[in-house]
Design a protein around this ligand. Structure first.
Ligand code: DGY
Length: 444
């Protein structure tokens, strides 16, 4: 048994030239005024009629993206888009048209769902029972690990995944030091399991993943990696500013989809950056580095911070409502704490200009993500550029579907040089504490 989808055609000869000759489908039945072709287990029939019927889509399904690419190379002259991953479905595809204007789609299904995570694989990198033990929850750049190995017996999760919590809980009791990531929740439960832990060295400047107060109560030092990532993170904040203001990802995807028909007066109009007002929420190291870059764009800089800052460029300290209502671009650079959680919610977003841009490279939960989605959906503000999210790595579908937001996977500090510098600093912090010295960057 098989099924056939029939279309009306005004030109059986042309159809045969196209589907058999050009696309290489096999002629399965020829009944004079009706021809049927086959493609895998699909049957496609064309019956002679006065007028062609061109509504609907004929979809050719391939096994993998390489076959879709190969089809694109063969049928490029028919294509109306380039191969790409669909924004809405788990498919990789491109579009084309047949000579009678029918829509053709060449696609394969892709499995975008995260493959089930493998087990953590924890090994001792340098067995040496005379050394204090350090648990490294995930591999970091080699330069830091080299330093760690000189002082510690390093128990490292060498699998490419976040160390499962139960592994941390099971192993922490015999560790003298912990070098962890911002994805590791080092809370009371973990700290209570630690019997001889002296230091929690976070491989990040932000340390909202650690219960610092409880660690301090237990006499455990907490360290982080400030300074070394300042400029790299400021660079990325600017990448987001430019990408959102000038709609760079949207414009690039427009071109790749084959939509570019030449210069157009109203095509992809964005926002200017130069001579506008940059608002900085939190004029700390990174906020200052972001603001300093704005002087090159002739921007007016305003900021909201606990204290007036001594700066070597002009910037005005303002209250939060003024920052919200006067910024053309608002960039967030405060740490996440109970006070700053959802500091930017519906009310605050409503105070922003309708053409304002919100940039967040700090921590996702500083912004009420649901309120932000609503504001973007309603075009209450022009756009947002985000590197961080409330529940990483989960992102709401509604956010992914929005065109007026640029989304990055928490890569603020992700340059080769900076991640190595962070690795070394995190190692130096752990080493200093177990050696009873002053750590380069101790939080508590
Ligand atoms: C940090 O250090 O807190 C960043 O978010 C990751 O580099």
């Amino acid at each position: 048994m098989c099924g056939i989808i029939f279309f009306k055609t005004a030109d059986l000869v042309g159809i045969r030239d196209f589907y058999e000759g050009k696309l290489g489908l096999k002629l399965w039945q020829d009944q004079g005024t009706c021809q049927v072709y086959e493609f895998g287990n699909m049957r496609l029939g064309f019956c002679l009629a006065d007028k062609a019927e061109s509504s609907g889509t004929i979809t050719f399904v391939y096994a993998d993206p390489a076959e879709v690419d190969a089809a694109y190379t063969r049928f490029r002259d028919l294509a109306t888009s380039r191969p790409e991953q669909s924004e809405f479905f788990q498919i990789y595809h491109f579009w084309a048209r047949d000579p009678e204007g029918r829509s053709l789609e060449f696609q394969c299904f892709i499995d975008n769902v995260e493959p089930p995570r493998e087990q953590a694989e924890i090994i001792v990198l340098n067995p040496d029972q005379t050394k204090p033990k350090l648990l490294l929850t995930r591999m970091i750049p080699e330069s830091g690990i080299k330093k760690l190995k000189q002082v510690f017996e390093v128990h490292a999760n060498i699998a490419d995944l976040v160390m499962p919590r139960n592994e941390v809980l099971n192993r922490i009791s015999e560790m003298d030091a912990l070098l962890c990531l911002l994805a590791d929740q080092i809370d009371r439960e973990v700290i209570d399991q630690a019997k001889q832990l002296k230091v929690i060295s976070n491989y990040a400047v932000g340390y909202n993943n650690i219960d610092t107060a409880y660690a301090a109560e237990k006499g455990i030092a907490v360290c982080n990696t400030p300074g070394v990532l300042t400029e790299t993170t400021a660079d990325l904040a600017w990448a987001l500013i430019m990408a959102t203001a000038r709609r760079i990802p949207e414009a690039e995807s427009y071109l790749r989809k084959g939509k570019f028909r030449g210069w157009e007066p109203l095509l992809l109009l964005g926002q200017d950056i130069h001579e506008r007002t940059l608002g900085i929420l939190g004029m700390g190291r990174i906020g200052t580095a972001v603001a300093k870059r704005a002087t090159g764009f002739g921007m007016k800089i305003i900021y909201h911070s606990n204290r007036v800052k001594e700066l070597d460029f002009e910037a005005e300290k303002v209250d939060l409502p003024t920052l919200l209502s006067e910024s053309d671009i608002l960039s967030i650079h405060i740490p996440l704490s109970e006070e700053s959680r959802h500091l930017i919610g519906a009310g605050e977003l409503a105070m922003m200009k309708s053409n304002a841009i919100l940039i967040n490279t700090a921590r996702g939960a500083i912004v009420d993500e649901k309120a932000l989605i609503k504001a973007l959906q309603a075009k209450r503000i022009f756009a947002a550029g985000l590197d961080v999210y409330e529940n990483e790595p989960q992102l709401p579908q509604e956010l992914l579907a929005l065109p007026n937001v640029v989304l990055l996977p928490h890569i603020g500090s992700a340059s080769l040089a900076t991640r190595s510098a962070m690795s070394e600093l995190a190692a130096e912090n752990a080493i200093a504490i177990v050696q009873g010295k002053q750590a380069p960057a101790r939080v508590v």
